[in-house]
Write a protein that binds this ligand. Structure first.
Ligand SMILES: C[S@@+](CC[C@H](N)C(=O)[O-])C[C@H]1O[C@@H](n2cnc3c(N)ncnc32)[C@H](O)[C@@H]1O
Length: 221
């Protein structure tokens, strides 16, 4: 276990030749799929969640923290935040290196304390992540997910069993570059998103009708 504290994510440098639309480079036809699905959401996605959902008085835990966009964003808003990930992707803050699906949560949070899980999970494991998170005593579980995740025969049982309290549709498509590409591409990596995303939020007790909202587009793309 590797536990550290503090620090914003490093700024990106050494920009080399950049494509007109970096997002096109993220298609599987061009690149191998990122190892462990390490695709990084732009910070504004997390800011929009933090603006829309009251997570006050909750320790924020991202169990797939990667480079730490989510815990960094919440720490900047004076939340306590921790991250864990199956591998060290460079998050400098308080972190644990572990598979979320087999991790003892007591290594990261005090299960009897107030905590919420906020995560952009590995896409191919999203439902397993959701079910695992929902089985923990988190006050809220907030998951950034492709909009198409909502409409599926396979997920009908998940949403019937665990109705979300909120679905927040991102009116602007975020670009999610592979983590390994960001240093090379800099902020341009976060331009030109091609896929629709939403935040799916579950709130205890799980007995309320789902509130559907649209988050405004960002001023910049
Ligand atoms: C979509 S990325 C999240 C990116 C992150 N928000 C960031 O700022 O870099 C998914 C992350 O899940 C991690 N991951 C994949 N399988 C995992 C598992 N079983 N348990 C924990 N983390 C896992 C990957 O290493 C990757 O960092």
């Amino acid at each position: 276990m590797d536990v550290e504290t503090g620090a914003e994510a490093a700024a990106f440098a050494n920009v080399t030749a950049l494509p007109v639309n970096p997002a096109q480079n993220f298609k599987a036809s061009t690149y191998e799929r990122a190892a462990d699905d390490w695709y990084v959401e732009p910070r504004w996605c997390v800011e929009q969640l933090a603006d829309a959902i009251d997570l006050a008085d909750s320790l924020i835990w991202d169990p797939a923290c990667g480079g730490g966009t989510i815990p960094d964003t919440f720490e900047a808003r004076d939340f306590r935040a921790v991250g864990s990930d199956i591998r060290d992707q460079g998050y400098a803050g308080g972190k644990v290196i572990a598979d979320f699906l087999s991790l003892d949560p007591a290594l990261v949070v005090t299960p009897s304390g107030r905590f919420s899980i906020v995560t952009n999970p590995p896409f191919r494991m999203a439902e397993r992540f959701a079910r695992h998170a929902l089985a923990l005593p988190a006050l809220r579980v907030c998951m950034l997910q492709q909009l198409s995740f909502l409409a599926s025969r396979a997920r009908w049982a998940l949403f019937r069993e665990w109705p979300p309290s909120d679905v927040l549709i991102l009116s602007q498509r975020p670009s999610m570059p592979p983590g390994e590409k960001i240093a090379e591409m800099g902020e341009r990596a976060f331009r030109g998103g091609t896929t629709d995303f939403c935040w799916i939020v579950w709130t205890r007790p799980h007995d309320r009708p789902t509130n559907l909202r649209w988050l405004a587009p960002e001023a910049r793309s």
